[in-house]
Design a protein around this ligand. Sequence first.
Ligand SMILES: C[S@@+](CC[C@H](N)C(=O)[O-])C[C@H]1O[C@@H](n2cnc3c(N)ncnc32)[C@H](O)[C@@H]1O
Length: 298
Amino acid sequence: MEEGKPSQTALMVAMLRARHFLHEPEPKILRDSLAGLLGGAPEPEQVTRYLEQIKGAFTALSDANTAVRFVSQLEHSVCIRARLVEEELAKAKERGATQFVVLGAGLDSTAYREQDLLSGLEVFEVDHPDSQRWKRDCLKNGGVDIPDNVTFVPFDFENTTLKAALSLGGVDSSKITVFSWLGVQMYLTDEAVRGTLAVMAGFAPGSSLIMDFVSPSYETATSEQKSSVDDLREIVAGMREPFLSEYLPKELAQRFDDAGFSSSEFPTIGEFADQYLNGNLNRLEMHPKAKYLAIARI
Ligand SMILES: C[S@@+](CC[C@H](N)C(=O)[O-])C[C@H]1O[C@@H](n2cnc3c(N)ncnc32)[C@H](O)[C@@H]1O
């Protein structure tokens, strides 16, 4: 990340959620009504303009048609992962969860638009202080209050101890907790990923983690077809947020075991198409067997 600036990848994924909310036909996967505001783009044209630039960056690495497909894949994948967290929160409340910790929260807006879902939960948004500053400013400019159950915990995954930061922020490891860790693993070293998983695994039984991960592209691309990950890797490096680790699902499953999680699941894109899009896999334009999300249980 560039010092003093919000995460550029956090901006990009917020804009993708904003486009989905504004223009995706029903059934929408996610309804992130605050994504544009938090991305600094309260007007729909600003979202369109921003995404034209992102499409241009993809086009420069491939061609216009591929760029459209890759940006659409990215949009759907960021919406699916956020939806999965919403569903896990509802289930976890029934198991007695009382904390929701959003690690690398970026411009995630769950806390500001899903207040019924989050009632009875303490919410901790853990992120780099530069990204948090931007988010607070956008919320203020948009007249959105920070709910009483939300606490901002400033943190740098590479330079601070997560355990210390969480306890300083008021997070209690004896409480059943849902961790959301979306769009962060790939920007961290393997050491930081292992350290973070070890801290989460020390939380109360019944706690869970939803995270996405980047796999080396050979996992789902055929030899003649490159994957969006190949171009995304270059684009985010240009945003000075390079990928620092990539895992095959079995490698990540091993990390969960090593950290002390009791189980993990890796749902496929095909399963999400069935659940969220009435089986309309074409809308996702992704390989039905692709796996990029994990649910790990403590
Ligand atoms: C792609 S964004 C994802 C944001 C959010 N979770 C979402 O899904 O919209 C990546 C996030 O990771 C955070 N991040 C990356 N490296 C970090 C580090 N070393 N310490 C703290 N946060 C970091 C950034 O601040 C940013 O908010």
